[in-house]
Design a protein around this ligand. Sequence first.
Ligand code: G3P
Length: 217
Amino acid sequence: MKFFADTADVADIADLAATGLMDGVTTNPSLIAKSGRNFLEVVKEICGLVDGPVSAEVVALDHATMMKEAAVLRDLAPNICVKLPLTIDGLKTCKALSAEGVKTNVTLCFSANQALLAAKAGATYISPFVGRLDDIGHDGMELIQDIRTIYDNYDFKTEILVASVRSPVHVLAAARIGADVATMPPAVIRALAGHALTDKGLAAFMADWAKTGQSIL
Ligand code: G3P
């Protein structure tokens, strides 16, 4: 399972990239606004921090302008993945870009039929938003399971990129289903490593080691 950082905070991305455990980054207009930075500048900087795909989203709503924006984004770096909304124009743009070999991430997916369309449009990634479905009383993970089943039924190569991840519980459930990628806020990525018994056990080991009076170096 691949892990992407869902943020436009370059300090966080650099810190997480240094672990060697990050496989890519996703951004969206809200995360760019939160960063307070220039969109093209910050995305270019992020592309230099990670080897994997960096999703950068178009903001046009019509196909022709989406294509023009995608051309600007593609010029930023070779690891750009063009993020497109799950609308008819977004799907049309996805189909055109996929035919040119451009990586695409179709976002704002809330139904299995939408995911089916994205796969037919040749999307590299489909981004179902599990947290936002949970927020309105639906079961986000049920959608992930449905998409997994449908993609496997037809051998679609589109990767399921679980988005709107709010906690380690979402990551575990997505991994059990066999989702390809989870994109997570940095706090969730760090929380995956935490366990109270790890902290307690480490403190005990350190205390006992100190009693030996030895050192390795
Ligand atoms: O990248 C999109 C995404 O992960 C949104 O998450 O928490 O705003 O629903 P959230």
